[in-house]
Design a protein around this ligand. Sequence first.
Ligand code: ADP
Length: 283
Amino acid sequence: MAKATSWSDPPTKTLRAHGVKVRKFDTSATPGFKGNKRAGEELLAARALVLSDLQEKLYANGRSGDQRSVLLVLQGMDTAGKGGIVRHVIGSVDPQGVDHAAFGVPTEVEKKHHYLWRIRKELPRAGQIGVFDRSHYEDVLVVRVHELVAPEVWEKRYAEINKFERKLVDEGTTIIKVAMFVSLEEQKKRLMQRLERADKYWKFNPADIDERAYWPAYQAAYQDMLDRTDTEYAPWYTLPCDHKWYARLAVTELLIDALQSLKLDWPPAKFDIDEQKRRLLES
Ligand code: ADP
């Protein structure tokens, strides 16, 4: 079994977005990890158990009145592997403890509301790990790239999002934001797979090919998003995603770190243990 020492530096350090230049970002790197794919997969299996244990503690505390929660925000271009993170990382914990939400093109009803309206409705409840597959950041990404609102409208959103996240953190939510990057070449490979494999046709959307023409505009929008919404209280991590095994392992570590920082313990019994044992024996 691979040891935890396969990390020379933890993802909390190597993946922090401070000063990252999106256009120069190496999407095929495996920062801080010394092993190969096999070592990564072995370690992931072991770390998934640690994550699962911590998640159960968060859930148990939530059931006992602790108001805290964790929110994992996944943002990335098509094919970056958001779905894989949900299946392979989040899939390793008890589904009862997960509040999952995916945000696509806003519905007619959603369009009538402020862009944070649909986000607020999906925030994790106490004791839950919330996972956002896309998020409020679409409102400064796709919306900006495709000029769905005027620049003066999206321009104000960065500060508004920071304020929104500050409040969430103050109310007890630990926020981890992960920006997932693949190269244009890797995206082509992954889209081609969707056209070549019957089990992947359902994932293919012809519009994904048109989006590739907007790559530089997306890079600029991602850059601004990172520069303007990477805060100490709600940090961005930039994740190279050409290697799926690395991306999954790194997100597992980020979640473990966030949960460990909550210093969770099993909630104490709210009853007299000896008395209940006696009653049980007598029953
Ligand atoms: P995925 O492509 O992640 O499998 P969907 O097919 O449901 O998911 O669609 C996601 C699409 O919705 C993406 O193209 C994304 O840019 C778009 N989208 C998400 N949020 C918004 C928004 N606020 N305004 C416009 N489009 C959005």
